[in-house]
Design a protein around this ligand. Structure first.
Ligand SMILES: [Zn+2]
Ligand SMILES: [Zn+2]
Length: 390
């Protein structure tokens, strides 16, 4: 006969086993199919769509099956994607049938099920110059299968496509972004609508300048070939590069209108590249001063609490000084956190109320390769002279 102790142990083992059966597979399942949400605020008048418009599957030189790209995008918190397999390059053609429209067709049911916008696209892959271009919002990829780049881009434009130049330094001399007569020709025809400012881990300052000068849309893409988790880990805050698109609604037409209207910001490795009209509201919609009215006694100090509601960190640096208030030179605003900005008075006998605008620049919000976004943090300060303290 078993002792009570042994019976007790058996009971514990059975219970443990049951608990494991119940929770381990469930836990594993919940984890593998999770979407890591990416909190980036909307801005006045527009919703912010998180998009990646450049990726490959086994239908060109990528390593994954098309619907996998959709689930990856969903898990990464994106709203829209485009699968852009090479038109001219099919290294797996002996194993995977060559059909330019097939990747989109295979991925569309899952995109609809998960509520993602799947834009039909393709990568026009020509020798440099002119190089590679993505065409988005295609109806049929087959007419783009032409030898000459002008015939190819022309066929895309005929379908109303949005066309952007990919990775400008690719196969160029000294890996530099060089603008060739072929690009001028496309640009002057109105056939070039945007340029990649970021592709994968690379940022191209020259492409950034061209977008500003020539009024072209800025794009940031992953150009992912492997499974995306081989390169990025959003769980650790390591996100793929993406294009933030400011659209009137979450539809393909609104997305297209926004791209043609240059309403984009590139988000890559914790930096944002874009125009002031978007970066400024993005910052102010993300960052809130919790106590915008403070009291300063003489040269004393007090805390201003700043909350960053977004998943983007901001690094601010003082841009000038104030006559009335000493402010910190540098401050980090981590994602989804509140930090303290310590300010202090500069005179022991100042008195009265003042509306002040603390001058800062957000180092990781880039208006150009050289310029960070200037912002003003508004504070209402009541100054009380030192002598009134007692
Ligand atoms: Zn390419
Ligand atoms: Zn590519």
């Amino acid at each position: 006969m078993k002792s009570n102790l042994a019976r007790g142990r058996n009971l514990v083992s059975v219970l443990l086993f049951t608990v494991l059966l119940l929770f381990v597979p469930f836990g594993a399942e919940a984890r593998t199919r999770a979407r890591i949400e990416l909190e980036i605020p909307d801005i006045p008048g527009y919703i912010t769509l998180k998009c990646d418009f450049h990726m490959h599957t086994v239908f060109s030189d990528g390593r994954v099956w098309p619907p996998i790209r959709v689930e990856e995008a969903w898990r990464d918190g994106l709203d829209a994607l485009a699968i852009t397999d090479h038109i001219e390059y099919h290294p797996f053609k002996d194993d995977v049938k060559r059909d330019l429209n097939r990747p989109h067709q295979l991925a569309l049911p899952l995109a609809r099920e998960l509520g993602l916008l799947l834009v039909k696209g393709a990568e026009i892959t020509k020798k440099v110059p002119p190089g590679h271009f993505n065409a988005l919002f295609l109806k049929d990829c087959n007419p783009l299968d032409r030898e000459n780049y002008l015939d190819c881009v022309g066929a895309a434009v005929e379908q109303g496509a949005f066309v952007f130049w990919n990775h400008p330094p690719f196969r160029q001399k000294d890996h530099k972004s060089i603008w060739h007569p072929e690009h001028t020709l496309l640009y002057e025809k109105g056939w070039l609508h945007g340029i990649e400012v970021v592709n994968g881990s690379d940022y191209y300052p020259e492409a950034h300048r061209w977008c500003l000068e020539k009024k072209l849309t800025m794009l940031g893409t992953s150009d992912i070939h492997t499974p995306i988790s081989f390169e990025y880990d959003p769980d650790q805050g390591d996100r793929r590069p993406m294009t933030l698109v400011f659209a009137t609604e979450k539809t393909e037409q609104a997305l297209k209108d926004a791209l043609f209207a240059r309403r984009t910001v590139v988000y890559a490795r914790d930096s944002l590249y874009g125009e002031k009209r978007f970066l400024e509201p993005l910052f102010h919609e993300s960052v809130e001063i919790l106590n915008p009215e403070i009291v300063i006694r003489g040269k004393g100090a007090t805390s201003v609490q700043i909350r960053n509601h977004s998943d983007i960190p901001f690094w601010i640096r003082a841009d000038g000084e104030l006559e009335e208030l000493a402010i910190p030179r540098n401050l980090a605003l981590p994602p989804d956190a509140t930090v303290i900005l310590r300010v202090s008075g500069k005179s022991s006998d100042r008195e009265g109320e003042l509306q002040l605008h603390l001058p800062y620049r957000v180092q990781n919000l880039r208006l150009s390769p050289e310029e960070a976004l200037p912002v003003k943090l508004a504070l209402k300060v009541t100054f009380i002279p030192e002598k009134q303290k007692k």
